[in-house]
Design a binder for this molecule. Sequence first.
Ligand code: JFH
Length: 273
Amino acid sequence: MRLDVVTIFPEYLSPLDLSLIGKARREGLIDLAVHDLRYFTHDRHRTVDDNPYGGGAGMVMRPEPWGEALAHVMGAGEHGAVPHLLVPGPGGVRFTQAMARELAAEPWLAFACGRYEGIDERVVDEARCHMPVTVVSVGDYVLGGGEVAVLVMVEAIARLVPGVIGNADSLVEESHEDGLLEYPVFTKPPQWRGRGIPEVLLSGHHGQIARWRRDERLRRTALSRPDMIARLDPADLDARDREVLAEVAEVQACGGSQTQGTQFQADPPAVAD
Ligand code: JFH
């Protein structure tokens, strides 16, 4: 997979030299290039921003360096090939695990990192005439620029590229792949600061272990993410699943000692459409 990132802060992307992604790059599974937007300016001050038309606080990124930078990225492709351009922004469509899966199957992604109050809107309009473009949000909060959003997306996408994670089995029962949060995990020592391990995990009963893990996933999802419970297909729930969810609902209704959500409440369930 080929990845291009355009930014005024190339060093912000240096974590991509490390760990899983760094190894995948050295092994040739991921070909990642970071481009400095200021390289595509021509004035002595290497200007990339200016005041917003219509007034208001802050600066906006001028379109000309972006036009040249994206032409440079596109020019590196095989004849006729274009990248899928991803533009981080707080107003974009939500980046999800499902989107990460789809993007991991594409041969070429490019990322445009804005700063200040964002990029002149004509850059995205013009880019849409040459390549698929998606404005994406990694969450409902405002970052200082697109770089950290790109780190989030590249990390989520790269680990789904075949060969990047040695043991592909570790991807099957993952949070957000099947609509439930993850089960808790434990390792040695068997006793630590007076705390043991759930006995079932030491039992060797694979069926009971799988059932316990599903119970925990259901409980945790109901407590932290009732919106995800509301989106489950009832046909995917067995009798035991319904029993576990009923137990959680009962504890919550009777005001059982609060261990979750005392500072931050879980989002209410989404209204089904
Ligand atoms: C980014 C920034 C927008 C809001 C004009 C009127 C209101 C500050 C580039 C992604 C997620 C981002 C993100 C991504 C790229 C950029 C800062 C944007 C506004 C604009 C203020 C600049 C933020 N998921 N959150 N944030 N900013 N203004």
